[in-house]
Design a protein around this ligand. Sequence first.
Ligand SMILES: Cc1cc2nc3c(=O)[nH]c(=O)nc-3n(C[C@H](O)[C@H](O)[C@H](O)COP(=O)(O)O)c2cc1C
Ligand code: SF4
Length: 469
Amino acid sequence: MDVSVTTARALLPDRPLTSLDEYIDTFDGGQGLVRVRELDASEVVDAVTRAGLRGRGGAGFPTGRKWASIRGGGLEVGDRYVVANGAEGEPGTFKDRMLMRRNPYQVIEGLEIAARTMDAVGAYLAVKSSFTVEIDALTRALGEMRDAGLVGDVPITLVTGPDEYLFGEEKALLEVIEGEDPLPRMLPPYLYGLFTTSPQLGWSAGIDLSSDGPVVPSSNPTLVNNVETLATVVPILGRGPEWHRSLGTPESPGVALCTVVGDVRRSGVAEIELGMPLRDVIETISGGPRAGHVVKAVLSGVSNGVVHGRDLDAPVTYEGLAAVGGGLGSVGFIVYDDTADMVAVARMVSRFLYVESCGQCPACKFGTGEVTAYLNRIAEGGGSDHDVEIIEARLSSVTDANRCFLGTQEQRVIGSLLRTFPEEFAAHLEGAPPSLDLPIPKIVSIDDGVAIYDERQMRKKPDWTYEGE
Ligand SMILES: Cc1cc2nc3c(=O)[nH]c(=O)nc-3n(C[C@H](O)[C@H](O)[C@H](O)COP(=O)(O)O)c2cc1C
Ligand code: SF4
């Protein structure tokens, strides 16, 4: 059974809600939409801004500022769209799927609120086609909410996409919604949104520049928010921004859905109040490390530096984890105990990012590939000091001219592992036994405290085909 660690109980029920009525009874469902009718759009944006909500998709961008920027601009910007990002591909994270499974209504209410506030002409809910349980839950909830007249002013379309990690990257997500592959375009969604007609600098120009007709520029600013971010807007409007501010810290207010997996007694997802010490979060959700072991390191997905086991008192906030070299990311913690081989962890992360890199930016694809190759050599016992120097050199250039953040993730995670656990790399250079091949914790399910990782990912090749298929 999964636990809820907050008394606020703003997002996640203990089990899936079975009907719209249950959502209305348990979570005051519909209250956010009632409030939206009473306010004008700028007051809604103001409430979200005052609440201090930061995006739960990983980067922690202030949601109010994002909403204000999408609403900015005159008529010439064209149509506006809103997208709920439910692609959840970050290793060590399962919270979006838990939310969509248990409380799909609140995700849809949040999306409807955003769509009305943006005066959007269309809204999209994007999930992976492999998320069948979530698709069923969302489809049922959408039907019930339409029948009840709660949503429908703005058409909402459920879009399914591929298993690739990049599908969740916002510029790639828009490509998928337009029927393309998940390759990040050049410009961000607020400058170059869905179905634009303006010339773009991206890889798949949307208009024929050779045509003689006039080009009518319209950037179609598109709001992309993570599904948890949108669901959190509902109680912010229903209970008020002060309620949100009363939880967490000034820089990281509110609650968050948190996943814990790895070398722990049980894996799980829970709603936590931000600001709890990392040690308590791990202890409460997972029961802590297995008997006789201690935590050596914690990764927050594969987007931030590693947190050393001696820093577990750090508060789970944006600022608290940054202060110890990590980051909040999408609040998914992968715990490693004292048996873990951090060279094996570095190789696993680097390989994942190399395989998932789309190759549009040479520094990213070649850099992650080379770092992976040198880490392989060190892990297998054939490395030298020079290999570490080469890795450091590649890490300094892996972000050059990149369209998305993936290269930065490589730089952050691998760089921090080298800096935090130099003795483990040295031991491998001095003849320690070869590292085992660790599975990347790309979660396909968490049931009864057991996380199942995607075994197919281990066979995925850098051209996105699979060994043996
Ligand atoms: C490689 C990569 C993968 C990403 N995957 C996801 C994802 O699965 N889900 C998500 O919400 N955001 C993901 N993001 C972040 C999105 O690009 C975007 O910042 C986010 O959806 C914005 O929502 P927020 O402001 O509510 O956090 C990813 C980013 C990168 C660089
Ligand atoms: S940075 Fe990497 S993953 Fe992102 S678009 Fe460029 S090559 Fe693709």
